[in-house]
Design a protein around this ligand. Structure first.
Ligand code: SF4
Length: 242
């Protein structure tokens, strides 16, 4: 990463410094200085437009609705997710939502029947999510996610700032509870993802998402029956890792 003055600095050092500078802050209190002061014009939000997405997007829209929002349009989403994306964009006034598609020539070669998700979900996520995101984030120094510790798995010790592939990743809701998320939905009267009412507590691509029973792990419906819990976009390095 290079500073405006042309000095090369390490994303890990920046993340460590930001953790110290913004200790005790989260949500809007953390997002505002990140967007306005730390990475002006150099930060994007990455959103799946899933069941909890609206809270983060509303906080960002309050600060600056022109912050770029990247949506990985894998070609495998539920139609309801695409409609929900359009609804939230309109309701929140987001002005720069970028729906990023995979490289169709690569899909034609490596996933000609569209069933790679069944044979090799890691490879499918790599083609449809990891590679497109890598390209979409070129030119940004930092990106914002809506991940939280209560979502479990590898997220249980999520820090507010981390470094991945030379960029700073910001998790302003890392320490939020589910109650706080639900309170934010209510306070802002935010629209819910239409599949939530059908038991989809976490929504990803249609072939890899199932509804779960009340009280079950929130992400239990993602890649159910497969030893996989993350798509790979949150892991660094050149390996798929998803
Ligand atoms: Fe493919 Fe499933 Fe990953 Fe979507 S979630 S990119 S369909 S493996």
């Amino acid at each position: 990463m290079t500073t405006p003055l042309g000095r090369d600095i390490d994303a890990s050092d920046i993340a460590a410094s930001l953790i110290e500078s913004y200790a005790g802050r989260d949500g809007a209190q953390l997002l505002e200085p990140v967007i306005r002061r730390e990475f002006p014009g150099r930060v994007a939000v990455v959103s799946s437009f899933g069941t909890e997405t609206a809270v983060l997007l509303a906080l960002v829209a309050d600060i600056d609705p022109s912050v770029p929002v990247i949506f990985l349009d894998t070609g495998k989403h539920f139609e309801e997710t695409l409609e929900y994306r359009d609804q939230l964009v309109a309701e929140l006034g987001l002005r720069d939502v970028r729906s990023v598609a995979p490289d169709w020539s690569q899909l034609f070669t490596r996933d000609p029947d569209g069933a790679l998700w069944r044979r090799d979900p890691d490879a499918c996520c790599f083609l449809r999510k990891v590679l497109p995101l890598r390209q979409a984030l070129a030119g940004f120094d930092a990106w914002i996610t809506g991940r939280k510790r209560y979502q479990g798995g590898v997220r249980w010790d999520l820090p507010p700032f981390e470094a991945v592939d030379g960029k700073v990743k910001i998790n302003p809701l890392a320490g939020w509870s589910l109650d706080r998320v639900e309170a934010a939905f209510a306070a802002r009267q935010l629209a819910q993802h239409p599949l939530l009412a059908e038991g989809y507590f976490s929504v990803g691509c249609e072939p890899c998402t199932k509804p779960v029973a009340p009280g079950a792990d929130l992400r239990a419906g993602r890649w159910a029956g497969v030893a996989k819990t993350e798509c790979g976009i949150h892991f660094g390095g050149s390996a798929p890792g998803c």
